[in-house]
Structures are given as C-alpha cells and as structure tokens.
Design a protein around this ligand. Structure first.
Ligand SMILES: [Zn+2]
Length: 113
C-alpha cells in the first residue's frame, strides 16, 4: 500500500445511513438516539446516548427498522419505539436514497460499531 502525501481533507463529519449504507455528510442525515425512554428522533443531533443516522428518506427508515437499527443502537426496538419511528416516517418523503453523486457503498461487510 503506497502512501501518498497527505491530502488536505476538508473536515466534514460523515455518517453512514443505517438504512442504505450510503455515506453522507451529517447535515443530510437525521439522528436517532437511544434514551432511557426509548428510541427517539434527535433533531439537534446532540442528545446523549448511542445514536445512529438515517437519510431523511422513508425507504431508508423502512429498511433500518427491519434490523440494522437494532445493531446500530444495540437495542431491541419495543413496540412503542417502532410506533414512534413509524409515525415519524410518515412525515418523510419517499424517494431514492442516491443523490448528489454520492457513491453507494454496497460492498460494506459487517457492521461498524
Ligand atoms: Zn439511506
């Protein structure tokens, strides 16, 4: 592995959508967080607790609640968590996850912790 001179990288926080696994800048994502009260949407992105990020696209949420969300948050969703997420989902636009020329990282194996 040849090393090139370090590139100057603009520091934009990047997060992986747990639904479609695309990597995007944080501002394009919605954070969900595990709190003692359950899984909630974190509009500020700064709530304490283990968090995960999702596109603001319904299809990604539908995908995530099928399983990835449990891994990401190290928790089993309760019925009320699911209901809360489902309710939030209805406010999201349906759409295709790929936008802005982002490269989809389909080949990611395993789960980042
Ligand atoms: Zn996504």
């Amino acid at each position: 592995m040849a090393r090139k001179a370090q590139k100057r990288i603009k520091h934009v926080p990047q997060r992986t959508c747990i639904g479609c696994r695309s990597v995007l800048s944080k501002r394009e994502m919605i954070r969900i967080v595990r709190t003692p009260q359950g899984i909630t949407i974190d509009p500020t992105g700064r709530a304490d607790g283990r968090g995960a990020y999702l596109h603001n696209i319904r299809s990604c949420w539908e995908q995530a609640v099928k399983g990835p969300i449990n891994n990401a948050l190290k928790v089993e969703l309760t019925a009320s968590d699911k209901a809360r997420l489902a309710e939030f989902m209805t406010t999201l636009p349906e759409g295709t996850p790929l936008q802005d020329g982002q490269t989809k990282t389909d080949e990611v194996e395993g789960t980042a912790s």
